[in-house]
Design a protein around this ligand. Structure first.
Ligand code: 13P
Ligand code: SF4
Length: 332
């Protein structure tokens, strides 16, 4: 459809990495990537991190363009924090099941039904839900932020019921939970995990708190992606079972190539259901096109942005001092 080889056109013969490198300079662009991106995208990014680290990078960069290789709510967060920058996302359909589980109108009604509660929301939600929330958290900032909220204060937590439930159990809280789940972390099989453990006696399990309790309960370490990566780097043994999206294993293999990292299996033992289909929508081709055309780009109503910024700013203030991996730490 596009003489220059846009969507539907052929990119055969285009040196994608060379063109991305040329365009990132020409556009004064910074390329940010989440740990769940494909290895070739992680390798070319200026910065790879977890949700908190990526939000901080987006807020402090001097670049004119932020090319966000992650999902839409992450690119929207970058725009909320850096409104004067052009924020591009290689595929605007890269959503998130947690965001989808929490339509703003229903969340608003839920809040209105509990006027004595404050709303603590996981960053994996829409800009509208952020605007309806009091404080945003990521998996690496949730525990420190919740511990700063007086125990008598009633709290609504959404949209991830597993992260909220984990925090309730760990900190002895009674937050009201929105019933959302991450389709990726929900897919790990307890039976298959136990089989894998039996095959690798002594190998610890590191799990993301988006996993359900029947997975987290078998974990030796529970934390955000950056926390799991730090745990892998400090691993005393030679094997780690990783219960989160397996593309993070790329960073582990780069950091400690002599160790063995095994992704926890999904329901039938060898399905690809633990790969995030939204994160996987970003490709080298789409990143090249996005840098070339400065599109798809995030646009946002200013009133909505300012409302959402309040709850994100509160997170950045309350989490200050935490390095991206501050985290949920070892399991009780
Ligand atoms: P973190 O990288 O903050 O742990 O988030 C994981 C995730 O699922 C992002 O969508
Ligand atoms: Fe959303 Fe889960 Fe994918 Fe993260 S891994 S973007 S929480 S669907």
């Amino acid at each position: 459809m596009d003489a220059r080889g846009g969507i539907g056109g052929s990119l055969a013969g285009v040196d994608l990495l060379g063109e991305i490198n040329r365009l990132r300079k020409e556009r004064n662009a910074v390329i940010l990537a989440h740990y769940y991106q494909k290895p070739q995208i992680q390798d070319l990014a200026d910065f790879v991190g977890d949700s908190l680290e990526l939000s901080r990078k987006a807020a402090e960069t001097d670049a004119e363009v932020i090319a966000f290789c992650g999902v839409r709510f992450m690119a929207e967060t970058a725009k909320i924090l850096s409104p004067d920058k052009t924020v591009i996302l290689p595929d605007m359909d890269a959503g998130c099941s947690l965001e989808d589980s929490c339509p703003p109108s229903q969340f608003k009604a839920f809040r209105e039904a509990h006027p004595d509660h404050i709303a603590l929301s996981y960053i994996n939600c829409s800009t509208e839900v952020k605007a309806l929330s009091d404080i945003i958290v990521t998996s690496s900032s949730a525990e420190i932020i919740l511990s700063k909220i007086p125990p008598e204060q009633k709290v609504i937590f959404g949209p991830d019921k597993h992260l909220g439930g984990y925090l309730n159990r760990k900190l002895g809280r009674d937050m009201l939970l929105w019933p959302g789940v991450c389709i990726v972390h929900e897919s790990f099989s307890e039976t298959e995990l136990l089989k894998l453990r039996a095959q690798h006696p002594g190998a610890p399990v590191a799990a993301h708190p988006e996993c359900p309790p029947h997975i987290v309960d078998h974990a030796d370490y529970v934390g955000s992606t950056s926390g799991i990566l730090a745990f892998a780097k400090a691993l005393p043994g030679d094997t780690l079972i990783v219960a989160t999206e397996p593309h993070i294993i790329h960073q582990m293999e780069l950091a400690v190539p002599e160790k063995n990292f095994i992704g926890a299996p999904g329901a039938d033992g060898n399905c690809a259901c633990n790969i995030c289909p939204y994160m996987a929508m970003n490709t080298m081709e789409k990143l090249y096109i996005a840098l070339r055309d400065l599109s798809p780009r995030i646009e946002m109503d200013e009133t909505l942005r300012l409302a959402a910024k309040k709850s994100l700013d509160r997170m950045l203030e309350m989490a200050s001092g935490t390095v991206g991996r501050g985290d949920l730490g070892a399991r009780d």
